[in-house]
Each structure stands twice: as C-alpha cells, then as structure tokens.
Design a protein around this ligand. Structure first.
Ligand code: NAD
Length: 299
C-alpha cells in the first residue's frame, strides 16, 4: 500500500470524468496569493498535481500542466480554463523537462514556481531478497532523477532572476520504514534529501526549495494499487479503507490538503521557509502508541 504498486496511466477516461465534477467544485477564485506568478507542475494531469494547479490558478497564478499523459493532460488544462496550458513531458527525459521550462518562459516570460510532483508507485515483491533491481532503476528514474532534472532546469532560469520557489512531492513512506515496499520508500527518502541538498546552494540566489510528504490519498495512483490488493472489493469501500488508515479522527487526507500546503510553501507566506519537509499526515508519523492491554482486559 501507499505507493506499493499502481499506475495512473491505466485509469479510464470514464473514471476521470467522474472525478471532474469534484474538481470543478474548487475552480473558484478564492485568493490572490500568487497574483502574477507562473507555475510549472509536473504530473498535473491528475490527483495531487491537478488539485495544486487548481489552487494556484484560484490564487492568481498561470499554470503549465506538464504530464506524460497527453490526452488527459490536455483535457485537464482545458478544464482548468484560460490560465492553464498543457505541455507534454516525460520527466525521465531531460530534454522534455528542459523543453517544458523553455515553453513556460516563451509563453509567460518567467517561471516563479516549479512543482516537481510527478511520481509513480512500484509493483515489486516486498522482501529485500526478491528486490527487482530493474524496477528499482525505473522508479528511481521517475521519482528521483526526474525531480533532479526538474530542479536543475528550473534553477537554470530562476538563478539569473534571483528568485523562485521549488516544491517537490515526497511522501510519509520516505520518513518511516514499513509503509511501502523498499523501492518506493527509498525513492521518497531521496526526495527529502534532494530538497535539503539543493536548498543549501539555491538559498544564495533567493530561491527556496521545499517538499511535502502527504499521507495516503485515494488518487488514481493509490486506487489502482488497492484494486490489485483487494480484487472484487468495490471502489467506495477501498476509498474508505484508505481514509480509515489514518489516525486523525473526523478528517482524512485529500488532494486539496496537499494543495493548501503547496500554496503556503510557494507563496510569500513562507518566505523564510526553506529546505523544509511539510508533513501532511494528521500526525500519523509523529507518534506510536504502546499497545498494552487495558487493566480490565488482564482479568
Ligand atoms: N496518492 C497518494 O497516496 C500519495 C501519497 C504521498 C505521495 N504521493 C505522491 O504524489 C505525487 C502525485 O501522485 P498522485 O497521488 O496525485 O497520483 P496520480 O496518479 O493521480 O498523478 C500522478 C501523475 O504523474 C504523471 N506521471 C507519471 N509518470 C510521469 C512521467 N514519467 N513524466 C511526467 N508525468 C508522469 C501521471 O501521468 C499522473 O498524471 C507522486 O509523486 C506520488 O508519489 C502520493
């Protein structure tokens, strides 16, 4: 679970159109924290990236939606309205990332926010002795190398302007062992490390680099995984299972919780927040409870 094995590419268009109404609910101008800013978001055709694109647009930004899913990415950009544009981008290809950055500059003359969000889960056996190293390389290529390439090319255009905000999507699986199989977990630990390493250099240029570690959210990414783990169980029940995996009573993690955290981190509200990993998990990774029996259970 939590990035254990899933692929957004397999999500059918009909399912996509089902969630479209959900996203529209949030397509209302709600603030101006990013007025005049330009953002490039990888993996923005779906899930967290899409919710973040909506949040940024609703706060005055222009957004370039970069994704490997051409058709879905284009549909998403159309759905998001005139302040969104789609660019086809596979983050494993440095030339695609470079083109996405150059496209943003040629269209909007600047890049203020780079959100390196694209990521994939991993389907491999959980035991280290059965580790599929080919799969390991493929996941690292997207989840780690893709992030490095995104930061590299964003920095290329941000450094001369001496300003910018770079955000990456990590995961709570990068903070604690046991929440996912090794490959995904290691890839997300690397993202948290990348942020600290790059922040050390880019602070000299007034560029902030941060990441967000969300709890499990039933996006296409997680739902495909859940359907494989629990075949025959209906989607509503699976969504409930993901939500119930959290510790915080009365709320569960949603894409817009991550989008809200993203808005904070890239806006001037966080002007002195740098090299930070903002954990959005309802407290899940902050504590463990000792499971002693209650005194009356000992009798
Ligand atoms: N959903 C969760 O439970 C969860 C929790 C923690 C972190 N995350 C992370 O959040 C990020 C977004 O995931 P999501 O849950 O929104 O999933 P999602 O499947 O809804 O979105 C992921 C997007 O990334 C795109 N993508 C995949 N490979 C790509 C590539 N090579 N180049 C460009 N785009 C590519 C997909 O086409 C898709 O649109 C990922 O980095 C994921 O690891 C997700």
């Amino acid at each position: 679970m939590f990035g254990g094995g899933l692929s957004s590419k397999t999500v059918s268009m009909s399912r996509t159109s089902l969630v479209r109404g959900f996203y529209r609910l949030f397509s209302i101008r709600t603030g101006s924290k990013l007025e005049g800013k330009v953002a490039l978001i990888t993996g923005a055709a779906s899930g967290i990236g899409k919710a973040t694109a909506i949040k940024f647009i609703n706060n005055g930004a222009k957004v370039v939606v970069a994704d490997i899913q051409h058709q879905l990415g284009q549909e998403t950009a159309e759905e998001l309205g005139p302040y969104a544009t789609f660019v086809s981008c596979d983050v494993t290809k440095e030339s695609d990332i470079s083109n996405a950055v150059d496209f943003t500059i040629s269209k909007h003359k600047q890049l203020d926010i780079m959100h390196c969000n694209a990521g994939v889960p991993c389907k491999t056996p959980p035991s280290i002795v059965e580790l599929d190293l080919e799969m390991f390389d493929k996941v690292m290529d997207i989840n780690v190398r893709g992030i490095m390439a995104g930061i590299k090319h964003a920095s290329r255009v941000m450094i001369p302007r001496q300003t910018g905000s770079i955000l990456c999507t990590a995961s709570i699986t990068g903070l604690m062992g046991g929440l996912s199989q090794h490959t995904y977990s290691v890839s997300k630990s690397a993202v948290i490390g990348i942020v600290k390493s790059v922040a050390a250099e880019l602070c000299k240029y007034g560029i902030r680099v941060n990441c967000i570690s969300p709890f499990a959210i039933p996006t296409p990414f997680t739902m495909d995984d859940m359907r494989q783990l629990f075949p025959g169980v209906d989607d509503q029940r699976l969504v409930k299972m993901v939500h119930n995996a959290g510790v915080f009573e009365g709320a569960y993690c949603e894409p817009r919780d991550v989008a809200n955290a993203a808005l904070y981190l890239v806006s001037d509200d966080a002007k002195y927040v740098n090299g930070h990993n903002l954990v959005v998990d309802g407290g899940f990774t902050s504590f463990k409870s000792l499971s002693f029996p209650a005194p009356d259970e000992l009798k």
